[in-house]
Design a protein around this ligand. Structure first.
Ligand code: SAM
Length: 200
């Protein structure tokens, strides 16, 4: 099953605006500043390609995602491909790779994705929520079931990865921070509900 967010690109964008409010555009502006001008950007798990709108016009953009609804919406205007982010050998030449809000979807391969993507670029920018996906806690069996239902109907079920794997993503902000610190980041910054991490 795929949640309502991943069925309809406009619903996805609306949910993000509701969740992040003004921090949403601020975070893309912040990242675009880090990316700079005249850069070839590869956006892995690009979703609805929100990042593209904030890039300097001198940059080139390629987005990969496995969600047909998202890719079809953008395929006439943008360089987007229905591709699996684990197809490392097909990554195009690039200056910057962006992995925004994707890592917790691809557990248990999140660590591998960072290491491989890092080898394929000069600059890797990661955005990831500071909190886990079990938004109402997991103390009782009942809460666990409700979490799964919310995930399936409304939130993170992308139709590609499993709830059980996603649930293994860190529950605490401190653990997410510790995970990123092992990659010796050039920058790690708390930004609204997310961490922005830069590896070079
Ligand atoms: C939370 S969305 C993030 C979208 C966008 N990067 C953003 O920040 O708004 C996660 C995206 O990753 C995509 N995705 C998950 N696993 C993938 C995979 N193995 N290959 C390509 N895309 C994947 C999903 O389809 C979804 O669009």
């Amino acid at each position: 099953m795929t949640s309502i967010m991943y069925k309809f690109p406009n619903v996805y964008n609306l949910f993000l605006k509701i969740i992040h409010r003004k921090k949403l555009s601020e975070r893309y502006k912040f990242i675009s500043k880090i990316i700079g001008k005249n850069k070839r950007v590869l956006d892995l798990g690009c979703g609805t390609c929100l990042l593209f709108n904030y890039l300097d016009k001198s940059c080139s953009y390629q987005g990969w995602d496995l969600n047909k609804n998202f890719i079809n919406k953008n395929k006439n205007n943008l360089n987007v491909k229905l591709k699996n982010v684990f197809d490392y050998k097909d990554y195009p030449e690039n200056d910057v790779i962006v992995i925004s809000d994707l890592l917790h979807h691809v557990v248990p391969r999140h660590d591998e994705l960072i290491k491989k993507a890092k080898k394929k670029t000069k600059k890797l920018i990661i955005i990831e929520p500071t909190v886990g996906i079990n938004i109402i806690g997991t103390k009782t069996k009942f809460l666990k079931i409700v979490n799964k239902l919310i995930d399936k109907i409304l939130s993170d079920d992308d139709g590609i990865n499993s709830f059980e794997d996603r649930s293994k993503w860190f529950e605490k902000k401190e653990s997410v921070h510790k995970f990123f610190m092992k990659f010796n980041p050039k920058l790690i910054k708390e930004f609204g509900l997310d961490y922005i991490v830069v590896l070079e």
